[in-house]
Ligand binder design. Structure first.
Ligand SMILES: Nc1ncnc2c1ncn2[C@@H]1O[C@H](COP(=O)(O)OP(=O)(O)OP(=O)(O)O)[C@@H](O)[C@H]1O
Ligand SMILES: [Mg+2]
Length: 362
């Protein structure tokens, strides 16, 4: 509706996770590196957790979009599946006929399918989204599936994506066997204030925005305070702000426009009332609406050690840890590149070997 008014060729803030709009924030970049690293390991489990709406499915879709064709990927989004239902669903996703078959038959067919893939020099990847819904015994069944091997080489690798509730499930004492098969794990955090602005600009440009700045600095601050940097919340809010701007014929979207929309959506999105607030998110909402803005209060947060001592020079340590994390990120990226290179060499050798064997037969 507002697209042509703002010179856009599509809606910039749609809710469907679309790899074409993938914005590589620091955390998203890191999660992507972990996924790629895990993928190059070709075994075990990779776990990505994160708050609701932080971008887990988006990351998974982006990874699937540029996966190599020697990997056959299947994605399942889990309601509360029993172990038997899981086996059925996994097999069906790999296009195995499951109608009227017993679990034992399905497992046999699945194994046969994985063997056949392996014989072609390919392998299978299973992506389990919303994994926090899986009962413990179903996660255990997943582990059993990861036991399919040929000559010591695992035939199925799985990625688990889930909300925070997945973490205590995986930490349960009886999940030790599963834990030992996790090759990489990572937690997605919301965007920082700077990233929130970059995220918004990135999506606008990607949708064809080519004019000067649409939002004022204060507007960005308010958006961050209301959404706390959670991409899905940003999308919902921004879509409404653009609609508001179009209806009010605004060329610049400033603090007052954002405030008006927050006032509207707060009612519509059933944002809990401040009086019953349990967490800071609700405090933020009420601050926004009363307009008491303080841009620096985020960076002024105190840093407390697990023993309750306040770190005096917090900014210094934060910067130092930031640098350390960047250096580790670089190291992981380097390792991924190296592994991919070795992988390619191995594949080349394997193809040469197959050719030689065929020549031998003739
Ligand atoms: N890195 C990103 N780049 C672009 N858009 C993103 C990114 N992360 C999240 N989004 C957007 O935020 C919204 C929510 O993302 P997504 O559905 O991936 O979150 P989720 O973590 O899977 O949520 P849930 O916990 O509800 O499953 C989507 O509209 C998606 O397009
Ligand atoms: Mg999701």
């Amino acid at each position: 509706m507002y697209e042509s008014y703002y010179g856009l060729n599509s809606k910039p803030f749609q809710l469907t996770p679309d790899p074409a709009f993938f914005f590589a924030s620091k955390w998203h970049k890191r999660a992507m590196s972990y996924l790629q690293y895990g993928l190059s390991q070709a075994e075990g489990f990779i776990v990505i957790t994160g708050d609701i709406g932080t971008g887990k499915t988006t990351i998974a879709n982006s990874l699937l979009a540029d996966i190599e064709d020697d990997i056959v990927a299947a994605q399942i989004v889990t309601p509360k599946l029993s172990p038997d239902e899981l086996v059925k669903m996994v097999a069906a996703k790999f296009e195995i006929d499951v109608a009227g078959k017993t679990k034992a038959d399905i497992l046999k067919d699945l194994e046969g399918y994985l063997f056949a893939l392996s014989a072609q020099g390919r392998r299978a990847l299973l992506l389990v989204d919303e994994a926090q819904n899986l009962p413990l015994e179903t996660i255990e069944e997943l582990r059993m599936l990861s036991n399919f091997q040929q000559a010591g080489k695992p035939l199925l690798q799985s990625f688990l994506l889930g909300q925070e509730e997945l973490q205590p499930i995986l930490r349960a004492p009886n999940m030790e066997q599963f834990r030992q098969r996790i090759v990489a794990s990572c937690h997605l955090a919301p965007l920082t204030p700077e990233e929130t602005q970059k995220y918004i600009e990135y999506r606008l440009h990607h949708a064809g925005w080519n004019r000067t700045q649409l939002f004022s600095e204060k507007a960005y601050e308010l958006v961050f305070k209301f959404t706390r940097g959670i991409p899905r919340k940003i999308n919902t809010l921004l879509d409404r702000i653009l609609l508001f701007g179009f209806l009010e014929e605004l060329e610049v979207l400033d603090e007052s426009a954002v405030k008006s929309v927050i006032g509207e959506v707060k009612e519509e999105l059933f944002v809990p009332d401040n009086s019953t607030a349990q967490n800071t998110e609700k405090d933020v909402v009420s601050e926004n609406v009363t307009g008491s803005l303080d841009a620096e209060d985020i960076s002024r947060s105190r840093l407390i050690t697990p023993n309750g001592n306040e770190v005096q020079d917090a900014e210094y340590y934060k910067a130092m840890l930031g640098e350390l994390v960047d250096a580790l990120d670089d190291a992981i990226k380097h390792k991924i590149k190296l592994t991919q290179y070795i992988d390619k060499l191995l594949k080349k050798k394997y193809r040469a070997y197959v050719r030689l064997k065929e020549d031998d037969k003739e």
